[in-house]
Design a protein around this ligand. Structure first.
Ligand code: BGC
Length: 431
């Protein structure tokens, strides 16, 4: 039984890697990793839109990111932890705001830092999975209207071009956008953002306008979807072209927020949701090398819309239903809809109780193994997150990390769940 499970995962990984990475030589093994994102761990990302929004009044951020985990100075230690746990992949993002802090002002020194990170990963036998846009943009970009501007795709592609020319030969997988489907997905939430939340967001944006003398500050993909949606899709196309121009065989894709949607009862609106939320991105992904899947929970949908979690459900620290098996359903669907190999770029649970995370990981991975056994090509599993970090509007409250971070000393302490994932990685399966 044990042996066959191992074989299942390795076989799936091998065939998927062959397809995903005609790149192949760079990513032949099943990837077991942990993820981070620049703004959430680096600290003092002062030229970014998020930093400004954290400091205006009023703001919806519970607290500013500040030093975050100080990973800008401690990334060697972070990569060392990934390695010591027995993982072979590290997903991190590069901050456009650091690389182009003012329009046309390119920081070669900052590109060198990211280059060093990529190289260090390689020396440590770790495949770097690099995200080019993980929510944040430079403050100047947001002040000009962000993804609402007609030239946003071109500006983003220029950044991708600069970054890819410096980094691409060392990267294992490139992710253009992190969860660009959040806005349409939000409309299907059990409680979509109400007038109060939208008013708070608008007041914060108005404060950002005042702070930078703008009248069109626009955060990530929060602007009108009929404008922002097409620009983001075009941004992906152009970013992919820029990255491929730097290295044609580097696998490129995007990562979607993808709950496990489950139809309940007759006449479920699941098809409508899927067409509305994911299909525009899947259409793009069909020309990509892989589809990035980020799953935290399930969503049950009947003829009227999204249902509340069933009676007796357990909840995570951020109010999601605790349902580790969601991962299997999500990857099956992502592959069926795109025909592409799947890279799980995020999966995790917010909890102060690490025993829950230690329970979550093997259950999620088992659901993944079952999908692989049924023929879904999966190239890797990357857990969110390596570190307890800055959880956006919620500040440092929610704990997603495999590793605790002391907020005064930045000392990192791996939690027992980190070793659970490490053991799975070493065995290449849940055994
Ligand atoms: C995002 C991360 C975030 C995590 C947990 C994902 O939506 O990519 O930046 O911290 O989920 O909420």
């Amino acid at each position: 039984m044990t042996v066959s499970r191992r074989e299942i995962l390795s076989a799936g990984a091998a065939s998927a890697a062959a397809t995903a990475a005609s790149a192949g030589s760079r990513a032949p093994r099943f990837l077991w990793g942990a993820a981070s994102a620049g703004h959430q761990v680096e600290g003092n990302n002062v030229s970014s839109d998020a930093w400004l929004l954290e400091h205006v009044q009023p703001t919806v951020f519970k607290e500013p990111s500040g030093d975050a985990c100080d990973s800008l100075h401690r990334w060697r230690e972070d990569i060392g932890i990934v390695r010591s746990l027995g993982l072979n992949a590290y997903r991190f993002s590069i901050e456009w705001a650091r690389i182009e802090p003012e329009p046309g002002q390119w920081s070669l020194a900052m590109l060198d830092v990211y280059r060093d990170m990529v190289d260090r990963c390689r020396e440590a036998g770790i495949t770097p999975v690099v995200t080019f846009s993980h929510f944040t943009s430079p403050r100047w970009f947001a002040a000009r209207g962000g993804w609402e501007q007609p030239d946003a795709p071109a500006r983003f592609a220029e950044f991708c071009d600069r970054a890819a020319r410096r980094l691409a030969d060392g990267i294992g997988y490139a992710v253009t956008f992190n969860e660009p489907d959040l806005q349409p997905l939000g409309k299907w939430a059990l409680t979509p953002p109400g007038p109060k939340a939208l008013a708070a967001l608008a007041a914060m944006t108005a404060a950002a306008d005042r702070a930078c003398g703008s009248d069109r500050f626009s955060l990530f993909t929060t602007g009108p979807w009929d404008v922002v949606g097409p620009n983001v899709l075009e941004g992906h196309r152009r970013a992919r072209a820029a990255i491929k121009a730097a290295r044609a065989d580097l696998p490129v894709g995007l990562s979607l927020a993808l709950p496990d949607d489950q139809a309940v009862g007759p006449g479920s609106r699941i098809g409508e949701k899927r067409r509305e939320v994911y299909e525009p991105f899947f259409e793009l992904a069909r020309d990509d090398d892989f589809i990035g899947v980020q799953t935290y929970n399930r969503s049950r949908i009947d003829a009227h819309g999204t249902l509340p979690p069933p009676t007796g459900a357990r909840f995570t620290q951020v109010g999601d239903e605790y349902y580790p098996e969601a991962l299997g359903g999500a990857v099956r669907y992502a592959h069926a809809a795109t025909g592409r190999p799947v890279l799980v770029t995020e999966n995790g649970v917010a909890t102060e109780d690490d025993a829950l995370r230690a329970d979550f990981i093997p259950r999620a991975v088992r659901s993944l193994q079952a999908a692989v056994a049924d023929g879904v090509p999966v190239v890797g599993y990357i857990h969110w997150s390596l570190l307890d970090n800055f959880e956006w509007f919620s500040g440092y409250g929610p704990k997603f990390g495999l590793v605790a971070v002391d907020r005064q000393t930045f000392r990192r302490t791996p939690k027992p769940s980190a070793h659970v994932l490490g053991r799975i990685a070493r065995a290449n399966a849940v055994v």
